[in-house]
Design a protein around this ligand. Structure first.
Ligand code: A2H
Length: 253
């Protein structure tokens, strides 16, 4: 864990269609605002490979008015941090429109900025911490072993997790190539390390470290504006592009 503040990229995933459960709770309580699930990531350069979005099913989320035209879905904790980082319209102002549990968000369809899959589904992940980031995680199974293992669990037992099989049936998208692990480092590590599920937290943590270091120091972009560029160099540039496009914000904690 980093000791200083962690610099995330907060990615705005606009709601295209609410799940039936969320629709019931939300009704007309957002006052015509565009609503975004806001995911915190440390790997903005991987956003081309998003296949879905994760929430913690037992986490409480808020829908926060950020302006007259936009509302964000995230934890109260994150909304409070944003209010002091120039993200909400008035400094320190937290305007919670309603509260919603993570389970009700499952099945909502959102836009995935910069991704080759333009829209993705919100799915449940047990390991999402309410105390980190926004409580919303964008899923990139090509480069994140956690995302890859969770998605495989969901695809194996969709009924158990209360999802439609198709929502978890999206293939990993090659985004970064490394000499040692090829074009899909997370699935490759899962295979080599014989990781069975998202419950193998110790091995997943090790896989996560390898994927992070290999990608950063030895990876080359396979897609997007910085195709052919080394990840180390592409990472801040993709982040800047997303921020310029109004699809992301700097977020620290
Ligand atoms: B990362 P750190 Cl491709 N609970 O984004 C659990 N995990 C969370 C979270 C929460 N509340 N909020 C964010 N995260 C995830 C992309 C990614 C990430 C890739 C590879 C590795 C990776 C796509 N998911 O993270 O503990 C988010 O997933 C490995 C470090 O603050 C975020 O970046 O270091 C990362 O964990 C932040 O973890």
């Amino acid at each position: 864990e980093a000791l200083g503040p962690q610099e995330y990229t907060a990615v705005k995933m606009e709601v295209v269609e609410w799940s039936a459960g969320a629709k019931n709770i939300i009704g007309d309580r957002v006052g015509g605002r565009k609503v975004f699930l806001v995911a915190a990531t440390l790997r903005p350069e991987t956003m081309y490979g998003q296949t879905n979005c994760f929430i913690g099913p037992s986490i409480k989320y808020g829908v926060f008015a950020m302006s007259d035209t936009e509302a964000f879905v995230c934890t109260y904790r994150a909304a409070r941090n944003m209010a002091f980082q120039g993200i909400s319209k008035t400094r320190g102002d937290i305007n919670q429109l309603l509260e919603i549990d993570g389970a009700s968000l499952v099945g909502t369809r959102v836009k995935a900025p910069f991704a080759l899959n333009p829209e993705v589904y919100v799915l449940p992940m047990e390991n999402v911490l309410p105390t980190k980031g926004t409580g919303v995680v964008t899923s990139v199974p090509s480069d994140s072993p956690d995302d890859c293992a969770t998605l495989a669990d969901l695809a194996k037992k969709p009924a158990f997790y209360g999802i439609e099989p198709a929502w978890a049936g999206i293939a990993p998208v090659p985004v970064i190539s490394t000499p040692e692990y090829g074009d899909l480092i997370a699935p490759e590590l899962i295979k080599r390390m014989k990781i069975q599920s998202q419950k193998d937290v110790k091995q997943l943590s090790e896989a996560k470290d390898i994927a992070y270091k290999e990608g950063f120091y030895n990876g080359t972009m396979l897609v997007g504006e910085f195709k052919g560029v080394r990840v180390e160099e592409a990472k801040p540039r993709v982040r800047e592009r997303m921020i310029e496009a109004g699809l992301a914000m700097a977020y620290a904690e």
